[in-house]
Write a new protein. Structure first.
Length: 521
């Protein structure tokens, strides 16, 4: 009954978080996460013989992760960050279990709770970075394997030219959806591997290069089969089957690796290692000293148990504050972007609509996309997305995440300061020199946030959380300007063009985005 009470309250508190988690699990990249809860339950069930011989002694120590989880909840809720909310949910569940079963039992099933965060998707920023790097490495190794097979292949970025066709190594082929499950598989095998700690560590770490190598082989195999069976090799059944083949072929490799490591010194293992990594079998159980009862006294099974009353009170108070008190004001845009001028000096603009699926995904309050051109035929794309309230799932999507997901790679990236028209102020921006399939562009982007100009995502989250508490505001915007860099012009020419345009643009933005957008953080 206590577990049911906790489950109901956690469902109410984390409803939107669990909804987002369900959506991410439904995607192909994180479909393996459906298995993680069952793995955790099995790891706990495996220790049933050990747990049966230990007393359940309620412990106030469990309040430490519980209260820390509540702090993370408010940080994630006010900052609009799902990853922090996932961590808070894990900490709260860990704390609640610890409160009721006590330290001794918690030590025996600690590994199960270490595996639990594997069910949470990576933050978009980390996911994108890993995808880009894994995609490049897999492409390079795939071309090398094609050369070994005697095939002619040339790589430019993530495009592999086979002469008779081109293969594009997209995000889905980066190998990340195989790396993460293989890391989890290696972690579980290392847990059950009765060997010295360095052997288990080596087994676990080998999962990363192995998954990249297997994915590179998959890319090379696609190129080889393409020459015989055609485009079907890169799509449909063959494409999906090759993905499963990568994963299944890794398992016997791990087994061979374990056999080799088993024969290497030292062959004996410490008693402490055996207890920690044994799967709860009879041998491990006999070595455990069963304590009669600790000084905290017998477990109280009624709802009047102090630990239960305190824990449920903390959760109910958090639920009441999160749903009963409004920590954010919805600040409307000063003027709709539909009224933004289509002429700025020598620049004439044409407004472009965004496709409905992208509007729905981005969840902004207002936006504008304009293609500006001048008399020389030079073009600058201008984009603003405004959010009157940055809640979970309604926060700003940085180009640092979105551009790589669209196939763009960053040749240069860093900070820049643009001198403004008054000759005194500097506008801090992110500067990115990007390329995609031979096309190169220069981009500036920044985040006007309630009187500040921010350039980093971590600044965005910190100030959103702080301003929600102190100003009851979380409104903000993303501004991005981007211009093509033609093969016939220098990068310096595109830089000067984009800076001159930005100097004209910034004063106009103050009439649309609430707050003075020229005040850097």
């Amino acid at each position: 009954m206590k577990a049911a009470c906790y489950a109901c309250v956690l469902f109410l508190i984390y409803y939107s978080t669990l909804k987002e988690l369900y959506l991410q699990w439904s995607g192909e990249d994180y479909s393996y996460c459906w298995l993680i809860p069952f793995i955790v339950l099995y790891l706990i069930w495996e220790k049933r013989a050990v747990l049966a011989g230990l007393p359940s002694s309620p412990s106030w120590q469990g309040l430490v992760p519980l209260i820390l989880g509540i702090c993370f909840f408010w940080l994630g809720d006010l900052g609009g960050e799902f990853t922090i909310l996932y961590v808070s949910l894990w900490l709260i569940i860990t704390g609640l279990v610890w409160v009721h079963i006590g330290r001794q039992k918690m030590q025996r099933i600690a590994f199960s709770f270490m595996v639990m965060p594997a069910m949470f998707p990576l933050p978009n920023y980390i996911n994108t970075r890993l995808t880009v790097h894994a995609k490049m490495i897999s492409s390079q190794l795939g071309v090398w394997m094609l050369h070994l097979a005697g095939m002619s292949a040339y790589r430019e970025g993530n495009i592999i030219d086979l002469g008779f066709t081109q293969l594009q190594v997209v995000d889905a082929c980066s190998g990340l959806r195989y790396i993460l499950p293989l890391i989890i598989m290696a972690l579980l095998l290392a847990y059950w591997f009765r060997a010295h700690i360095w052997k288990r560590t080596a087994l676990f770490l080998s999962s990363i290069p192995l998954s990249i190598l297997m994915n590179s082989f998959r890319i090379a195999l696609t190129g080889i089969l393409y020459s015989t069976i055609g485009p079907q090799a890169a799509e449909g059944f063959f494409h999906e089957f090759s993905g499963w083949l990568v994963f299944m072929a890794a398992f016997p490799v791990f087994l061979v690796e374990m056999l080799v490591l088993k024969k290497m010194p030292p062959k004996e293992i410490k008693r402490g290692d055996a207890l920690m990594f044994a799967g709860g079998d009879a041998t491990a159980t006999k070595n455990i000293k069963i304590e009669k009862q600790n000084k905290e006294g017998p477990a109280v099974k009624s709802f009047l148990q102090p630990q239960f009353m305190v824990s449920i009170a903390i959760l109910l108070v958090s639920f009441g504050f999160s749903h009963g008190i409004e920590f954010r004001q919805k600040v409307p845009i000063t003027k709709p972007f539909s009224r933004f001028p289509m002429q700025m000096g020598e620049w004439n603009g044409i407004s472009e609509p965004m496709e409905p699926q992208f509007r729905d995904a981005l969840n902004f309050s207002d936006y504008i996309i304009v293609d500006f051109t001048n008399s020389q035929g030079k073009m600058i794309n201008f984009y603003v997305a405004y959010y009157q309230d940055q809640r979970k799932g309604e926060s700003i999507h940085s180009p640092e995440t979105c551009l790589p997901m669209s196939g763009w790679t960053f040749e240069e990236a860093g900070d820049a300061a643009i001198p403004l028209a008054d000759g005194k102020s500097l506008l801090p921006v992110n500067r990115a020199y990007i390329q995609k399939a031979g096309t190169r562009e220069l981009a500036y982007y920044w985040f006007p946030q309630r009187g500040r100009i921010l350039t980093k995502l971590y600044q965005l989250k910190i100030f959103t959380f702080w301003d929600a508490l102190t100003k009851q505001r979380t409104d903000g915007a993303l501004v991005r300007v981007i211009t093509p860099v033609n093969s016939s012009e220098r990068l310096e020419d595109a830089e000067n063009r984009l800076q001159a345009f930005t100097r004209q643009l910034v004063p106009l933005l103050d009439g649309y985005i609430p707050g003075k957008s020229l005040n850097p953080s």
